[in-house]
Structure formats: structure tokens, C-alpha cells
Design a protein around this ligand. Sequence first.
Ligand SMILES: O=P(O)(O)O[C@H]1O[C@H](CO)[C@@H](O)[C@H]1O
Length: 421
Amino acid sequence: MPPRPSPPAQLFPHRLPRPLLLPVTALKHLREQVFLAGDEGWTGEERTDIGGDASVSPTPTYIGCRGWPRHRVRCIAGDADTTDPSSGTSTSLRDWSSPSSENTSDGETEADVETRGLAFFAEMATQAASPSKEGRYSYEEYKETADWLLANTEHRPMVAIVCGSGLGNLADLLKEQVAFKYEDIPNFPKSTVPGHAGRLVFGNLNGKPCVCMQGRFHMYEGYPLWKVTFPIRVFHLIGVQTVIVTNAAGGLNEDYRVGHIMVIKDHINFPGFAGQNPLMGPNEDRFGPRFPPMSDAYDRDLRKLALSASRDLGFAAELHEGVYCGLGGPSFETIAECRFLNRLGADAVGMSTVHEVVVARHCGLRVLGISLITNQAVMDYNSEARANHEEVLKAGRESEKMMEKLLTTLLPRIETNNNVN
Ligand SMILES: O=P(O)(O)O[C@H]1O[C@H](CO)[C@@H](O)[C@H]1O
């Protein structure tokens, strides 16, 4: 029998810092019987007989175990990965597996089993104590992704462009492309919204090295805000200095029409009012200060550049500068909400952007925001209009060329100074 890893003593805290959670789906391939019990009993779904071919819920269900170290771990073996769908992290069980045995009768003693089980729990406890389990990524995870990207492409982008709904084709502007699917990039969340392809595209846009997010993450997809904003910090670590956030938005300002462009002057972070700010939780000083100002969120010089580029292109009639209000979604706004937001001073409304901007400013990135007005918010009780995503995507496609021209004209005018090797 191959030697079993023995758990280092320091990995055994007196108590787990928080309930230990194991996804049941992770255990469904286990070939032996697992008995778990904690001194405070079970949390979550009660199961004491997971293993073998026992049918377990195909949907991710969590079992939790409080109390340490009084778990009774009879045996853990198998060849499965634990994947936590909420964090995307995965832990291999293979290290603790019994390679040949189907049960404990292959000479493995009770003590062997106990050691192996405890080692497994020690690993899980370490994970539970790691920052990424505290509802955020660790600095090392951002770094891991940044290093992976730098190792897999020679591009060194100075500008990152986040493509809004229906605006993913902006990435096609990039020459000498190197593209990665989000699912292939370590730690990256997955795109789930139609119109957000889920690819990170590197290349040169009119001579300027860029990276394009063909698809962003939204709060309404169920992602916590530290996940929604994950790529922004990665961009910072790979040397990006300027982020251009684009979005599809509903026009609240009565002068705005479908197909108009709004250079974002400022935003209202509505989820922030309710305590949903991506910077909640322990501050990571390596990215920025605890209390970053937001009064200069949208760079004045970049706004001027965008406005002058739009005018040079003859877009003056379709051009505005205004305030974007970010909501949680996914439901579109009621008439009363639209009226309320408009009175608050918002010119356009959407379900994204503000979180990315807060995180970008926290780590010192310059931000330019551009909204494409894809629909007029319904403000009138006699209106038959109903906001819908298809209309949003259609408007995006119809104004694609305009947005492309704007970015192509704008990009070479942006001064950048990339110091990353
Ligand atoms: O903000 P982007 O991602 O452009 O998308 C906007 O369009 C979608 C609604 O149609 C929402 O996701 C809203 O936020």
C-alpha cells in the first residue's frame, strides 16, 4: 500500500473557524462508506451514508459539519474532485484516495483510515480558513490568474475593454488576437447571460495593446460582487492602466433615444446603498486603500477624449454625458422606479458597471464608461412598451458600427504607459 500522507499538526485547529462545507456532488463518486458527525451535529442536509453508489442529489447540496476535532471519519476514498460551485475552487480527493480498494478490507487499519480521513479534513479546514472561503479571492488567486495569462500570451495590454450586452463584437476589432475561454482561465467565473460570450481576447486595437472581456459578470447571475469584479483586479496585475466599461442601458433622460451614446460622467451605485459593495470585507491593501474616493470615478480627461472623438466622427446629435444608475436586476424597473431614478438625477439605468468601476478605482485604474442606450425606460402608465433583453441585444447589434468607430478613433488618443515586463 502506498504511504498515506499524514496531516501536519498545525493544520488541526481546536475548532473549525466556520462550518465545514462539503458538496454532496463531490462525494457521489466515492467508493467507500463515509460517516461524518460533528459534536454540534449536522448542519444542512442530514446524511450519514454517502458513498458507494448511494444515490445522492445530483444538484449541489451541501452537508456541513461543525465542531473539531471530534469527527468520526470512518473512511474516505475515491477519485473525485470536490468542486464548490459558489467559489469555483476545487480540491482533489485523489491524494487521500485508496487506489485499489473498494472497501476497508484491503489491510488498511482503522488507524490508517482515521489518518487519511483526518488529513482530508485538515485540508478542508485549511481551505475553510483561506481568504477565498471568506467570501473573496485571496491576493494569490488574483496573482495566479494574472501570471497564467502573462505566461500564455505575449500581449501586454494597456487598456481593458469590458463589452456590454450585445457589444461583444467590439472584440473583433482586435488584431493579432489571442483568445481564452473563461472556463479555461484559472479562477475565472463563467458567463451565463445571452450576449456575453465568455471569452477574454487579447490583441491590438488601432495599434494599442488591449484586452477585451467578451462578456461580463452580473450580480443577478448569482455571483457575489467580489466575483463579478474579479477580472478588474487581474487586469491591474497584468499591467492594464485604463479600463473602458461599456454597457447597454435604458434611457431615463427624456432627451435620450435608442442608439444614443452616453459618456458616463458619474454613477449611482444603488446596491451599494444596501450594503452590496464589492469592497466589503477585509481590505486588501495591496490593491488599494480601505476608503477609496469615488468623486473622481470617471476620468475627466478620458471623458473629454471620448466626447471629442464622438464629435469628430459626427456623432454629436447622438451623444450625451450623463449619470448611470446601476441596479441589481434581473427584473427591469417599474414605472415608479424609473421616475424615481430620473428624479434622483440618473440619466440611464442598467444592471452592471458600477461594481467594476468601484474596484477599478480602488486599484488605481483610470476609467472611461460608455453606455449605449438600447431602450427607453418606460415612464408613462399609458405606454404599451415593455423592456426586454432581445430588444437590448438588437439595439446593440444595430449600433455596433458606431461603437466600433468610436473606440477605434479613441484608442490611439489614450495616453498609456505600461510598465509591466
Ligand atoms: O450592463 P450590460 O452587461 O451591458 O447588460 C445590460 O443588459 C442586460 C439587460 O438586458 C443587463 O445585464 C443590463 O445590465
